[in-house]
Write a protein that binds this ligand. Structure first.
Ligand code: HAM
Length: 418
């Protein structure tokens, strides 16, 4: 029996890596004053049909449930967020700054950086139309990646503006029904040959390519870069009007994050979607919004490729997995006394392990080392005294059994709290 293509098993070390990523995501989002929320894994398929755009609808994991409802595993969070905000916004002060960490499902062709399930961090600001929110959100995205030890040499945020292109389409008198299609061609242009893009753009090709070649700038994009520059983050961003994003609901600023070496797929992407909440609530609630999502798959690949970030991850995981104390049971008659004290130590928050069955003392010490324990307590002939060993320095001392808690407290205060 094998797992389905594009679905991962998470062995303990994969879980540790995942928790490392989630930990940094959560920590930096909170540093920016974001609060955590979540939505359901399953939604009515119509939510995505109406709101996400063709590409995602083709990739839905959908089925009809036993109540004859058309449902889908969530491919992204933004339509759910818009639905939830439209229903509950009255209970909250604006702007809302919400983040969420969860699993998403897309029936994509499995390839490097793209699976059929992945985790995303979503960060969204709702109810703030001012440009300050665009700058704040991009700064947050950069700072999250910096928390992993990544620098401006490792990744770049490519920023753009959908309004730049909708103004252009307006000037070119392209009918609005065709805008979405043209935007999708521009979005894909980076991954397709120039000839193919040219053919698909038809009459528009000349002017679009001339914008590509000149670089394309706007006052708004300059202000965005200046705002980030004022925070010392200008080195992390490039203006790139080729970015328009594949999802249908974006209305203004859009951005995507890539590795500088250009080897991997996008690490994160997002932008402004000022009309989505209004559309979903049929105009009942209209609120500007913007956000981004960062996936765990490409980020994990990038952290693994760069030696400094790989080492930081490995050291953190190793430290986290260590136990504090190993109870060596040298005499079986002492097992009951040992368990009583182990229970007490665990109640006080120490990470304690011991052999579940009879084992040689030398092997028990080996296990203590393997588990990264800093201290071993030996329950043997010395009882009611205990031999306590500092496993780093190999120093040993003999203490009365009833002073164990005191000795342990002192030991961990001196050598760093567990
Ligand atoms: P997205 O660009 O579709 O945006 O996805 C965001 C990130 O999720 C991508 O940059 C990528 O790292 C990761 N990702 C997407 N699909 C896969 C996959 N099949 N396998 C592995 N990783 C994947 C959104 O989902 C928007 N809802 C983001 C957003 C939030 N916009 C506003 N708020």
């Amino acid at each position: 029996m094998q797992s389905l293509p594009g679905f991962r098993d998470f062995l303990p070390e994969d879980c540790a890596r995942r928790n490392y990523i989630f930990g940094r995501w959560r920590e930096v989002a909170r540093r920016y004053g974001f609060v955590e929320w979540d939505g359901p894994l399953l939604e009515g398929t119509d939510l995505y049909r109406k709101k996400s755009g063709v590409e995602i609808v083709d990739q839905l994991f959908n089925f009809t449930d036993k109540g004859d409802r058309e449902v889908s595993m969530r491919p992204e969070l933004t339509p759910t967020l818009a639905r939830v905000v439209a229903a509950h916004e009255r209970g909250f002060k604006k702007p809302l700054k919400w983040f969420s960490i969860g699993q998403f499902f897309r029936y994509e062709k499995q390839q490097r950086g793209r699976l059929r399930e992945h985790y995303q961090l979503n960060c969204d600001i709702i109810g703030e139309g001012d440009f300050a929110a665009d700058i704040e959100l991009i700064a947050l995205c950069i700072d999250i990646l910096r928390a992993f030890g990544l620098t401006e040499k490792d990744f770049v945020v490519r920023i753009s503006d959908r309004e730049f292109w909708t103004d252009f389409l307006h000037q070119q008198k392209v009918p609005t029904e065709r805008w979405e299609e043209v935007l999708q061609i521009i979005d894909k242009s980076g991954r397709e040959t120039r000839e193919k893009t040219e053919e698909r753009l038809g009459k528009l090709a000349g002017s679009v390519f001339s914008i590509f070649d000149k670089g394309g700038r706007s006052g708004k994009l300059d202000r965005l870069v200046d705002g980030l520059g004022a925070r010392g983050l200008a080195g992390f961003v490039d203006v790139d009007v080729k970015i328009v994003r594949g999802l249908a609901y974006y209305t203004g600023t859009v951005f995507e994050v890539f590795d500088r070496a250009g080897k991997l797929r996008a690490i994160a992407g997002g932008g402004r979607y000022d009309n989505l909440i209004g559309q979903l609530s049929d105009g009942a609630v209209s609120m500007p919004a913007l956000g981004f999502a960062m996936g765990d798959v490409v980020l994990g690949e990038l952290l693994h490729e760069i030696s400094s970030t790989r080492e930081k991850l490995q050291t953190t995981i190793k430290e986290q997995n260590k136990i504090d104390i190993y109870a060596v049971i040298a005499k079986e008659q002492r097992r009951g006394d040992a368990l009583e004290q182990i229970q007490e130590l665990r109640d006080r928050g120490y990470r304690v392990d011991y052999p579940l069955t009879v084992d040689k003392v030398a092997k028990q010490f080996q296990t203590a080392e393997n588990l990264g324990a800093r201290m071993a307590i030996l329950y043997g002939d010395e009882w009611p005294r205990l031999k306590v060993k500092n496993l780093a320095t190999r120093e040993e001392s003999l203490i009365p059994g009833d002073t164990l808690l005191d000795s342990i407290r002192k030991f961990f205060t001196v050598s760093g709290s567990p």
